[in-house]
Design a protein around this ligand. Structure first.
Ligand SMILES: *Cc1c(COP(=O)(O)O)cnc(C)c1O
Length: 400
């Protein structure tokens, strides 16, 4: 199979034709349970009627005017996002990487205003912040950076979930102006830090007058059981980025700022042709309304727990499972062996999953998943893992 699309992904041999809720159908009409949601995008499931209605209605009226004019739906969306997050204002863009670019520019402007000419941002090992030059430089994965050097300067890397390393970096470098961190690392392997990690980072940022910048592109929009993951900690960051599930499949990103970070950008400092356009904002407004109306965010934790305890029960005698962990519907199942092959095996059985960091099965099911679908997910996946670990020659037996 050849195509004229640049081969930037090693694509699985399947093409989906339509979707509804947790289900997708391929072009041969085979049905799949989507436990990945297009990598944390379709939180409301596929073809959600509220999103469908919103974009149809908006497209009949107006698609685009430019940010040189006021855009009513964009202002409404900013109101809803600031209300729900406690942040003060929003810059809209079209993707996660762009949202993080805005955050990085905010940090640099903040530094320059404080007389720091070469501002630096603390970032983490195993982080993922996107594929543009600045965001791949911030990303803690050498594979993503290789071949694209020189990297953008001004990032200082420390281990994740290590407060002492942050403190040490700050002591060594007077140019640090911000800390950029994911509340839970997604691509990095569903790494869930200590429960007070963000509180400690907030304290450090206050003490040293740094911007606390949270990449909530994967954790946000209810995925972890709160609208934003930082709301588990009762804190407010200075900057917070969103994308993925914000538009349920319609491309939109957002960089939210509070307090001193909210007054940094002035006219001419940043921009986007499409950012915050009426179509994308109408979709995001429908997403926010549906999350509230259907009480979906509160359901993420019990659903995630049901999936994890169901899997743990069926796999309790399997000594190749290192850990099953979750926060809300952000789920990682860590094996003691590379298991990327499981993705294709699951696909053959009509189940969409992901494996990250080679050994961690990642599940990001839509928030609308119901009990029957959860049971099907547990049964299919437990069976696949059991078969894989029993037959795979790479697996080293703990008992041996
Ligand atoms: C997906 C992701 C991004 C990048 O988003 P894009 O829309 O692909 O640019 C950045 N940060 C995190 C945490 C992500 O999960």
């Amino acid at each position: 199979m050849t195509s004229n699309v640049m081969p930037t992904y090693s694509r699985l041999p399947v093409t989906f034709d339509r979707g509804e809720g947790v289900w997708l159908w391929d072009d041969n009409n085979k049905q799949y349970l989507d436990a990945l949601s297009g990598i944390a995008v379709c939180g409301l499931g596929h073809s959600h009627p509220a999103v469908h209605r919103a974009i149809c209605k908006q497209s009949e009226k107006l698609l685009h005017t430019s940010n040189i004019y006021r855009i009513a739906v964009q202002e409404q969306l900013a109101d809803r996002l600031t209300e729900k997050s406690g942040m003060d204002n929003v810059f809209f863009c079209n993707s996660g990487a762009e949202a993080n670019e805005a955050a990085i520019k905010l940090a640099r402007k903040y530094g320059h205003e404080r007389g720091i000419d070469v501002p630096a941002i603390i970032v983490m090992d195993f982080s993922f912040h996107g594929r543009t030059l600045a965001t791949l430089s911030a990303t803690g994965n050498a594979k993503i950076q290789k071949g694209f050097e020189p990297l953008v300067e001004g990032f200082i890397r420390v281990p994740y979930n290590d407060i002492a390393a942050i403190t040490a970096a700050i002591e060594q470098n007077p140019n640090i102006v911000a800390i950029l961190v994911e509340p839970i690392q997604g691509e990095g392997g569903i790494n869930i830090p200590a429960s007070d990690y963000l509180n400690q980072i907030r304290n450090i940022c206050d003490q040293h007058e740094l911007l606390m910048m949270l990449d909530e592109i994967q954790t946000g929009m209810g995925r972890t059981g709160k609208f934003l993951a930082f709301q588990h900690n009762g804190i407010l960051p200075d900057v917070c980025t969103l994308a993925k599930a914000l538009g349920n499949g319609v491309p939109i990103g957002a960089c939210l700022a509070s307090g001193k970070a909210a007054t940094l950008f002035t006219a001419g400092n940043h921009g986007s042709t499409f950012g915050g356009n009426p179509l994308a904002c109408s979709a995001a407004l429908a997403v926010l309304e549906t999350l509230d109306k259907d009480n979906l965010i509160a359901s993420a934790e019990p659903k995630g727990l049901a999936i994890c305890s169901g899997l743990a029960e069926l796999l309790q005698d399997n000594n190749h499972i290192i850990e099953i962990r979750h926060k809300g519907l952000m789920i990682g199942i860590e094996l003691d062996t590379p298991c990327t092959e499981l993705v294709a095996l699951a696909l053959a059985k009509g189940l969409l999953i992901n494996v990250t960091q080679e050994k961690i099965i990642r599940l990001l099911p839509p928030l609308i998943i119901d009990d029957m679908q959860i049971k099907q997910l547990i049964d299919t996946l437990a069976m696949l893992i059991a078969q894989f670990t029993a037959h795979n020659p790479h697996v080293s037996d703990h008992a041996a």
